[in-house]
Structure formats: structure tokens, C-alpha cells
Design a protein around this ligand. Sequence first.
Ligand code: ADP
Ligand code: MG
Length: 699
Amino acid sequence: MPDILESEIKYLPGVGPQRKKILSTELDIHTFEDLLQNFPYKYVDRSRIYRIREITGEMPFVQIAGQILSFESFDMGAYKKRVVAHFTDGEKIMDLTWFNGGRYAMKTYKPRTNYIVFGKPTVFNGRINIVHPEIDPVEETQTSGMGMQPYYSTTEKMKKQGLTSRSIEKLTKNLLDRLKNPIPETICCDILSRLHLISRDEALRTIHYPKNTKLLEQARIRLKFEELFFVQLNIVRYASDHRRKFRGYTFNHIGDIFNGFYHNCLPFQLTEAQKRVIREIRQDVGSGRQMNRLLQGDVGSGKTLVALMTMLIALDNGFQACIMAPTEILAEQHLATIRQLLGGMNITTELLTGMVKGKKRKEVLDRLENGEINILVGTHAIIEDTVRFSRLGLVVVDEQHRFGVEQRARLWSKSENPPHVLVMTATPIPRTLAMTLYGDLDVSVIDELPPGRKPIVTRHFYDNGMASLYSGIRQQINLGRQAYIVFPLIEESEKTDLKNLEDGYEILCHTFPEFKLSKVHGRMKPRDKEEEMNKFVCGETQILVATTVIEVGVNVPNASVMVILDAQRFGLSQLHQLRGRVGRGAEQSFCILVTNSKMSDDTRKRIDIMCDTNDGFRIAEADLKLRGPGDLEGTQQSGMAFDLKIADIARDGQIVQMARDEAQRIIEDDPECNSQKYAMLWDRLRQLKKNDINWAAIS
Ligand code: ADP
Ligand code: MG
């Protein structure tokens, strides 16, 4: 039986060729089902009719029943008219005003006829007034129900063509009325009853026409679950499939290299968290299946060391390993760190970035291919086709959010079996987001900082308090510390930003004549940048004036002050990353966020959270709530675009978890995904994947 919901939208009465086109281009609605899945973004309670005497200008939307007494029009400039209708409920009079479309209103609405008007009241000239009201004849409002009225998103283009929220409402109602049979279910009834979810039919009818808020809530939960459940089912299915299909290399041998490093080179005790994570990794790489692991840990928690020790396990088993950083500076830093840690050990490390060219590049590539190089450190240059390993067993990726599923797949072509993959993330991702974005990865968490670190003290300063800020900086430097001063540099306003940085640098040089300053920004030649940076790293300069180029990875334990100017222009995770540049030594460190005195609510929230906590996970959760997942850096590249219609992974964490558990239970029960018992689910999953390219992209 063909599913009526798959019918093209043009077969719905009320949808002509023009509307068909605009619905598809503006709202991505092509079928009956798409229209049903176009959920209202808000509801307005229309169950109550107000008297004019009750209304004040402070009220939200209200509706009033009554009649128009007369129209009046006023010229506004050459061609425009303001039209006012005097409207009465039989007791008092109010005004309805049109700045546009007044002529149409005069033609359409007749005096001495019963109407329900609806809109946001204001007070004008001492009289209650509604600008651009919605007006319905009384009979029509009665048939369409007087409960909660749904509001649908519209675009400018739609409005121009007269396709308003109200028209969408009518089309949707029309469709629901035509669907005489229950809307087909997509989730097996044992799941529904176990989780106390209502049927799809009830949920879809209620979401468009809720009788009350309680039923609406039930409908929303059911639909959110459905949406998240199929995302999770797809991810879990993919991961389990992948696991069965691909063997991984088995690293079952811990040998001289790992042990030699552990006993002779390790400059400190591992934290308990580091030990636990290394155990998890050892188990994983020794299991015979391919490791796909996300290593989460706040800045400074010692992920690099864990990555290095994992690489040593690969080497002990006769494999090569590589580590990829998001930028050249970081790659170089990683190489320097690794070489220093490995000290006198007989391990060959090399660098491969876009900057390594010509003869040097050829030499690196040759030595890589004949197996001479044990550890390759680089940027994305590593995944280019020309880069061939002799025996690549492990890939470490630093900073996951610039590295999606697709790139991971490209790595596989570099060895017989897929190498093990360890993805490190310094931007902590909240659990619910990780589950949705990186659901096919296992997760290890370093939830402990190395001992002796003092929590960074974070303070907020207004930009008129710079004098005391400067004296604080001076004090710290006189104690032998160093300071970062960060200027924002946002691409769209790059020119002014650079000027701010240059001017600021001059001022700072005058303010601190007794100190030496370095200056770094992304527009400098790499060599100059490095030179300036190095002066700061080796303590020759005391203040580093910079843009966010220092955001990730720079490691100067002696720096104890991080000043962030125009802090309102940075997002939470960026502020947290920047703050992570200090607090790396044993001394007390400070982070100073400077804003002007006109702070928006959002800015205030961000600053408060920063001053309140150093916990990256709390900050990431807050960030997700403030910005929504769509804005999170790099989610587009993660391999799964966020196209959730009703669920919000920031706020619906519990439902994400429910969906995940349920999906896992089903895959365990039916690993081949072909049991008749779950046929309904597999059919639906196939249908979703067929209709939506975004779904296909992740498997
Ligand atoms: P992340 O990459 O997680 O931001 P790093 O690996 O760069 O952190 O480590 C931050 C600093 O802490 C480095 O200087 C590193 O040498 C040091 N470190 C790492 N692990 C420990 C430990 N167990 N004890 C003391 N210091 C450590
Ligand atoms: Mg790091």
C-alpha cells in the first residue's frame, strides 16, 4: 500500500504550483509528511476572549470579539496611508491600525460584522491599539478551535506571496482532516509502552493542535524521542557493523620502548586518570578490533603524554604512528615536546606540514615509506594521497572538531587494516553532544589535572579600570612571571582589529617601559611569528601581545597572567581555551576578562560562568545552552549536519540518553538488523536515509 504521507504536496487542496514551489524552496516541504513534520515554533493561548476595559499595553497577545464601527485613513507622505479601524466590543472602543495593507483591510472587513481580532496591544494617544491585527470572522474561529493557536516559521519571501503562519496552519489542518486513518506508527509498541510514549498519530495531531499544555508536552517528548532515537539507531548500527566488518591490528605486546620510556624518561608520576585511560587504550588496541577512541580532557590535563605512550605501544608492536595537529605551530610544538620527552631514546621522529617542501619533503616521504621514520608529526598534510607509510598502526588526531568522519576514512587507505585512531579533544564536548556527534567513538576521559596546579583565579574588569589591571600585571612580572594580553581578531572586522592590536601594543610599550614585549598575530610571516613567540617562550620578553593565534597548545609554564581584552567578543569555549594557556606551572595564575560597561545579558552570563568555574565540562554545557549546537565549531564538518527539527541536544540530554540506551538494546538483540520483530524500525531507518542526504553521510 503506498503511504499517503509520501504523496507530493501539490496533491493537497490549497497548494497550487506557486505554493508548491515556495514551500519546497523556503521550508523544504515536498510531501505530506514534510508538512506534518513542520512543527509550530510557538503557541498562543486563544482560549480566552478579553474585554477592552481589561486590556493594558503590557499584555502579550490578546483576542477581542466585536465589530468595526468605521475606518479612517491618514496620509503618510506621498503614497502611503495609515488606516485605522475603530473597533468596539459593545462597551468600549479601541483602534486597529495598518501601516501597510490598509486598503486591503478596508475592502475585506465590513463594519457591523462580528469578528475576533487578535494581536499585541499597545497604548497610543491614550487609547488601546493593535497594529496589524489578525482578524477572523466569528464562525471560522469557532470551527478552527479556540485552544492554543500554533505559529509556524515563515520567511520574507513567503510573506510576500501571502503565505503566512495562518496559511500554513490551514494547510496543516486540512491535511490532518483528510488523514482519516491513523498516521502510521514508526516505533514498535513495546518500546512505546515501556517508555510511556504516546502514538505517532496522537503526537502529530497534538503538536499542531494541542488541547492543553499537558498533552502538548507529551507530544513533544514523543516526537523528540523519535527523532533522536533514529539518529542513535543509525549511529549504533554503524558502529557495530563497522566493528564486525573490520579487524584491527592487535597490539598485544608491551615491550622495551614503552617500558624504557616509562622507567627512564617519564619526568613525573602519571595521574590516576592518565593511568586509567592508558589501561583502557591498551585493552582496546589489544582486542583485535580497531580502536576508535575519543580522548577528552581539559586543557593541561596531560593528553599529549597519553598519546605519546600510545604511540610507543604501536612502535613496540612493529608499527609506525602519526599525530596530526590543526596548525603548523602546534605540529611543531608537538614535535618539540615529543623529542624532548623521548630524550636519548632511539626513536626517529619527523615533521610533515605544508611548509616542508622540495627535497626535504621528498626525503621525509621516502623515509616514511621505507619505515625509517617511527613517529610522524604533522598537520592535515599527512592525509594527502602522496603520503605513504610502511606500516601505519596508529593515528592520533589533536583537536577533533576539524577532523570528521570523512578524513578518518581517508586514513584507512594508508594501511592494510584500518589503523587505530585516537582523537584528542581539548574543547570538552558535553556527553549528549558527543553521543550524537561521535557516537561511533568510544570515549575516555581524563578528569584530573596533574598535581600541584592551583585553580586559575578569574576576574572581570571594566575597561575603565585598566590602571589597577596594569599594576597587577606589573606585580606579577616583578615576581618573575610572564603575561599574555589578547586582542580579538575577527575576520569580518580584521582591519580595525589589527589596528586595535597595533595601537594597543604601542600603548602597552609606553605603559611598561621597564619590560620587553612580543607581538604575534596570524597575519605575520610564519618565521617572524615563530621568532617573536620563541622570545616569549624562552623568557626574553615578559609580555606577549597577541591575537587568538595562541589559543591552542602554547605551553609556557612561567606565564601566570592571561588578559583578554574585549572579552565580550569571544565565545565561552574560546575564553576557556585562552585561559588554559596559564595555570600550567606551580604558581597561582590569573585570568582577567576585560569588557566595556555596556554588557549584554549573554555577555554577562558568559563572564559569570568563567569567573565561577574552571571546569571545562561545565563551561561546554553552558556554551551549548547559550549558543545551541548548530553554532558549535565544526559541527558541520563532523559528518552529520544538525538537522533536528524538534529535539535540542543541549536541553534534551535525558531523551538523548534514553534514545541511546534503547538503540543499543535493539542492536544487541538484533545485530544483523533483519529480525521481523523490529522490521518497523529498519524500514523507517531506510526511509529516513533515503530521503535525507545528511543521514547517508554518516554511514
Ligand atoms: P593537554 O594536551 O591535555 O592540554 P599536555 O599534555 O600539553 O595537556 O600537558 C600539559 C602540561 O602538563 C605539560 O607541560 C605536561 O608535560 C604536563 N604534565 C602532563 N602530565 C603530567 C603529570 N602526570 N604530572 C605532571 N605534569 C604533567
Ligand atoms: Mg595539548
